[in-house]
Design a protein around this ligand. Structure first.
Ligand code: HEC
Length: 106
């Protein structure tokens, strides 16, 4: 392999790696809770947040078991919030899921 090709390969690899990390981001329950109460989630322009309907997470005690959790969250984002779908791999979506996990009935 030519030296310049090797450099290109390393560069491409680095971009892929850092891109993946940006996608992974830092997810946390705290961020999830913040987003749950954020009326601008998903670029939402009305004044609704998840908390408007699921106050304090009420009614979502069994949601963590939902196999289509990302899909239903996105339905609530594109529906009532009038926002845009959030990719399941982003820190935002993973944090929302982490927060919803804490709501599980004990
Ligand atoms: C306009 C009211 C409204 C808003 C705002 C709303 N939801 Fe919902 N959501 C509902 C309704 C109605 C359902 C279906 C009935 C149910 O399960 O409570 C539902 C269902 C869900 C479910 C499935 C529950 C289960 O047990 O599987 C999840 C998870 C959920 N919403 C999360 C969210 C999140 C996260 C947000 C913010 C992005 C949000 N919702 C915003 C009304 C809303």
């Amino acid at each position: 392999m030519k030296k310049s090709n090797l450099l290109m390969a390393i560069l491409a690899g680095t971009i892929l790696l850092t891109g993946g990390q940006a996608m992974a981001g830092k997810s946390s329950v705290e961020l999830g809770k913040k987003l749950f109460n954020d009326p601008t989630l998903g670029g939402s322009t009305n004044d609704k947040s998840c908390n408007s309907c699921h106050a304090g997470g009420e009614g979502l005690e069994n949601a963590a078991d939902n196999k289509k959790l990302v899909k239903v969250i996105n339905q609530c984002i594109t529906g009532p919030l009038k926002g845009k779908k959030i990719d399941g791999r982003t820190a935002e979506m993973r944090s929302l899921k982490m927060y919803i996990n804490t709501l599980q009935a004990k």
